[in-house]
Design a protein around this ligand. Structure first.
Ligand SMILES: NC(=O)c1ccc[n+]([C@@H]2O[C@H](COP(=O)([O-])OP(=O)(O)OC[C@H]3O[C@@H](n4cnc5c(N)ncnc54)[C@H](OP(=O)(O)O)[C@@H]3O)[C@@H](O)[C@H]2O)c1
Length: 349
C-alpha cells in the first residue's frame, strides 16, 4: 500500500505539532497544507514549522485547489473550536471526497451544538463515502472516552464524576491567556462578557457522549458560569506573573441531570499555581471505580497523539459522521501507520 496522504487543514500551534509528529512517523506523507494566516500562506511548510529544511509543500489558502491537486486520504483539521465556524471547511473536505479528523471541540459530539447541522454533515459524508471525526484530548478522550471505557467494568452505574485539574504554569502562553491568568477580576469578567474568554469548550459534548454511550436520556445539561480562580499567594510561570488577589486561571463545572438528579458531573480547572495536577474519574456503581492519572496528561502532547492515532481508525470506519464512542478502543500507533489500516481499505488504497 502507498503511504497515507495527509493534508493539514490549519497549521497553527496544534496543527504544527501534529505535522512535526507526522514527519517522524512511517507510512504517512504530508502532501498539502492549508492555512489562511497571512504570515504562512505561500511559504514552504518546513519554514512554517521552523525546520531547517524545505518539505516541498507550500501552504495555501485555497482548499479547493489543494484537494483537487493532491487527492489526500485524510485531512487533519485544526482551525477552530465551534461547529458553525468550521462547518464550511469540513463541508469542503467532504465534497472533495476527503475523510477528516478534526480537533474542533464541538465536532466531537456535534449533535448537542446543532443537531440539524450534525445530521447534514452525516448525510453528506455518507453520500461522498467519507468519514468525519472530531476528537482530541479533551473533549475526545479524558473526560468522555476514558470515562465511557471505565463503565465497561460496571454492572450498575449511578453517577460519573470527572475532574481535570491543571497547573497552567507548565502550559504555553496562549493557553495561559485563554484562561485569564494575570488579569484583575473585573478584567476577567469583562473578557467573559465579550466572549474573549470562553472557558473550556466541550463540556456539553463530553456529557452528551457519555450519556449516549449509556443510552441515558438526560433531562438537561447545566453548564455553570465560568469562575475565576483568585491567587491566594503570588504565583508565576516563565512568562506570566500572577499577583495575590489577581486571576490565576479558571474553574468550570457542568452537570448532566437524569430523572431529576445529577448523574454526570464534569469539573475543569486550570490555573497557575494549582497544586496536585490530575485527571480523575469516579464512578458510583457496582463495583465503584476510582481512577486517577497524576500528574494530568499534557494537553498538547495528548492532543497530537489522539489525533494521529485516530487516523487509521477513521480511515477504517464506515462513512458518516462518527464520534469516539463509535470507533474501536483508542490505541497508539508505534509501528508503520499502514499496519493499522484494515485489509479492505488497503485493497482499496
Ligand atoms: N479537542 C481537543 O482536545 C483540542 C485540543 C487542542 C486544541 N483544540 C482546538 O483546536 C483548534 C486549533 O488549535 P490551535 O491552538 O492550533 O489554534 P491556532 O494556533 O489559532 O491555529 C489555528 C490555525 O488555523 C488557521 N485558520 C483559522 N481559520 C481558518 C480557515 N477558515 N481556513 C484555514 N485556516 C484557518 C488560523 O489562522 P489565523 O491565525 O489567521 O486565524 C491558525 O493558523 C482550536 O480551536 C483549539 O481549541 C482542541
Amino acid at each position: 500500500m502507498d503511504e497515507i496522504k495527509v493534508v493539514l487543514y490549519g497549521v497553527g500551534e496544534v496543527g504544527s505539532r501534529i505535522a512535526r509528529h507526522l514527519l517522524e512517523k512511517e507510512g504517512i506523507e504530508i502532501v498539502g497544507a492549508i492555512d489562511m494566516a497571512k504570515d504562512k500562506v505561500g511559504k514552504d511548510l518546513g519554514e512554517v514549522l521552523g525546520l531547517s529544511k524545505h518539505l516541498g509543500v507550500q501552504v495555501s489558502d485555497n482548499p479547493d485547489m489543494v484537494f483537487s491537486k493532491v487527492k489526500p486520504d485524510i485531512a487533519v483539521h485544526a482551525t477552530g473550536s465551534f461547529l458553525k465556524q468550521v462547518y464550511p471547511q469540513i463541508e469542503t473536505c467532504i465534497k472533495h471526497g476527503v475523510t477528516v479528523v478534526s480537533t474542533c471541540e464541538e465536532l466531537s459530539y456535534p449533535y448537542v451544538s446543532d443537531s440539524q447541522a450534525a445530521q447534514k454533515l452525516d448525510r453528506l459524508a455518507k453520500k461522498h463515502k467519507v468519514t468525519v471525526l472530531g476528537t482530541g484530548i479533551n473533549p475526545g478522550f479524558l473526560m468522555d472516552t476514558l470515562a465511557i471505557t471505565l463503565t465497561g467494568l460496571c454492572q450498575k452505574v449511578e453517577k460519573i464524576s470527572v475532574t481535570r485539574s491543571m497547573n497552567a504554569a507548565t502550559r504555553r502562553v496562549p493557553f495561559q491567556k485563554k484562561i485569564g491568568a494575570g488579569l484583575t477580576v473585573d478584567e476577567f469578567k469583562e473578557k467573559i462578557e465579550k466572549g474573549h474568554i470562553t472557558g473550556h469548550v466541550g463540556l456539553a459534548q463530553s456529557i452528551s457522549m457519555i450519556a449516549a454511550a449509556l443510552a441515558w436520556k438526560l433531562d438537561k445539561i447545566i453548564i455553570d458560569k465560568v469562575q475565576p480562580v483568585i491567587a491566594a499567594k503570588p504565583a508565576s510561570s516563565e512568562a506570566v506573573k500572577v499577583e495575590k488577589g489577581k486571576v490565576a486561571g479558571l474553574k468550570q463545572v457542568a452537570r448532566g441531570i437524569k430523572s431529576g438528579r445529577e448523574a454526570i458531573t464534569l469539573e475543569f480547572q486550570a490555573y497557575i499555581g494549582a497544586e496536585g495536577e490530575y485527571d480523575s474519574i469516579d464512578i458510583e456503581g457496582v463495583p465503584p471505580i476510582h481512577e486517577k492519572i497524576s500528574p494530568c496528561v499534557h494537553g498538547d502532547h495528548g492532543t497530537v497523539a489522539v489525533i494521529v492515532n485516530s487516523i487509521p481508525k477513521v480511515i477504517n470506519a464506515p462513512p458518516g459522521l462518527v464520534t469516539m464512542k463509535d470507533l474501536p478502543i483508542p490505541s497508539a500507533t508505534p509501528e508503520d501507520i499502514r499496519n493499522y489500516i484494515s485489509e479492505r481499505n488497503k485493497a482499496m488504497g
